[in-house]
Design a protein around this ligand. Structure first.
Ligand code: ATP
Ligand code: MG
Length: 349
């Protein structure tokens, strides 16, 4: 199969099955994923190979993969219209990641802040996989020559690295890329980050300076997409705040990260601006605002939780969807990898 000379517009993104999806994943990425299905060819992945860069209990991992896939669908991903699969079923991701391990430079990876945060103080003991995570992420995207990547703000640096890798590959192999029929020497597109969700960086409910994360040991730090109304109310009630009432203008949120976060979440869920939210709640005590926020949050997440639960009652149904998605993904990635092998000079039968 001859690949088109220029990559066609295509969306790729993924989430790790490292735990329950949360409000940050939803507002930061998933809302945009669902929308982009209307305008683009979309590929959405459960990135299980990324998940094992940190220890995952094999007893739990299958269930986590299925529950992330179920949450995607519950939030509005249509597995017929888009491609939905788990990463480890498409070996081309790992194959291309190896080539990229040989394209990316150590100096580039040394700058990645996610590695520094996740490895913590005991860096010597972090997995090598955690260190080369961004190369695999570049491979996830570029195995499909994807052009647009909707992600949260924390992934900006990894996206820049993916663009650097694509550019270096195009430069290093230019003559062979041209020989393969790509006249302008641009085999890989430079993928565009799409960081434009309603809340591109949702912060932890326990610490307004840390992002909300699946892997945060405290469940009180996040609102899971599967939390029921009581749990949501409890978590929001316990969310860290300061003693001042809410300001009436955005300026008044400066230096108050927890207040800013809760107002941002409310605004994103209500489809309003922060200024509009403050016009309504300015002067109110947090207790009253938190009550309204909890109600809004349950109203929005309740149907997603119920649908996830329904889908999870049929694990083999989810597995069949993932298998179908993997076959469709592979049909796209295999010809890209074939050309990559020709370009770098491998013998292939
Ligand atoms: P982990 O702690 O295991 O890294 P995570 O919560 O960071 O989990 P990922 O699977 O790494 O979730 O990221 C999936 C997507 O969700 C990415 O696009 C990421 O940018 C986005 N995302 C993650 N956390 C947030 C957040 N707090 N606010 C906005 N977007 C987020
Ligand atoms: Mg993450």
């Amino acid at each position: 199969m001859q690949l088109p000379q220029k990559p066609t517009p295509r969306v790729f993104s993924g989430m790790q099955p490292t735990g329950n999806l949360h409000l940050g994943n939803y507002l930061g990425a998933m809302v945009r994923w669902v929308e982009m299905q209307q305008s683009h060819e979309c590929i959405y992945c459960v990135v299980d190979m990324h998940a094992i860069t940190m220890w995952q209990d094999p007893k739990e991992l299958k269930g986590q993969i299925r529950s992330v896939a179920a949450a995607y669908m519950a939030a509005g991903l249509d597995p017929k219209r888009s491609i939905l699969f788990n990463q480890s079923q498409v070996p081309e991701h790992a194959e291309l990641a190896w080539v990229f391990n040989c394209v990316a430079r150590l100096g580039w990876l040394n700058r990645m802040t996610q590695f520094k945060e996740k490895a913590g103080k005991d860096r010597e003991n972090a997995s090598v996989g955690l260190y080369v995570y961004p190369n695999l992420m570049a491979a996830d995207i570029l195995a499909y020559r994807a052009t647009h990547v909707p992600v949260g703000d924390d992934q900006k640096q990894h996206l820049e690295l993916a663009r650097d890798i694509a550019q270096k590959f195009n430069n290093d192999f230019k003559p062979w890329i041209e020989k393969a029929g790509h006249a302008d020497g641009a085999f890989f597109p430079l993928p565009e980050p799409v960081i434009t969700g309603p809340a591109t960086r949702v912060m932890s409910l326990r610490d307004g300076t840390k992002k909300m994360s699946k892997s945060d040991p405290s469940d009180l730090s996040r609102i899971n997409l599967t939390d029921d109304a009581d749990t949501i109310a409890k978590k929001i009630q316990k969310a860290k705040t300061d003693p001042e009432p809410l300001p009436s203008e955005e300026k008044g949120l400066e230096g108050r990260p927890e207040a800013e976060n809760l107002v941002g979440i409310y605004a994103a869920l209500a489809g309003k601006s922060k200024a509009e939210v403050l016009a309504e709640f300015g002067g109110a005590q947090f207790s009253a605002f938190k009550k309204s926020l909890a109600e809004l949050c349950s109203a929005r997440l309740g149907p997603i939780a119920a649908e996830t639960k329904r889908l999870m009652s049929d694990p083999s149904g989810i597995d069949a969807i993932l298998a179908d998605g993997a076959a469709r993904a592979r049909a796209l990635a295999k010809p890209v990898l074939d050309e990559v092998k020709d370009i770098v000079g491998f013998v292939r039968s």
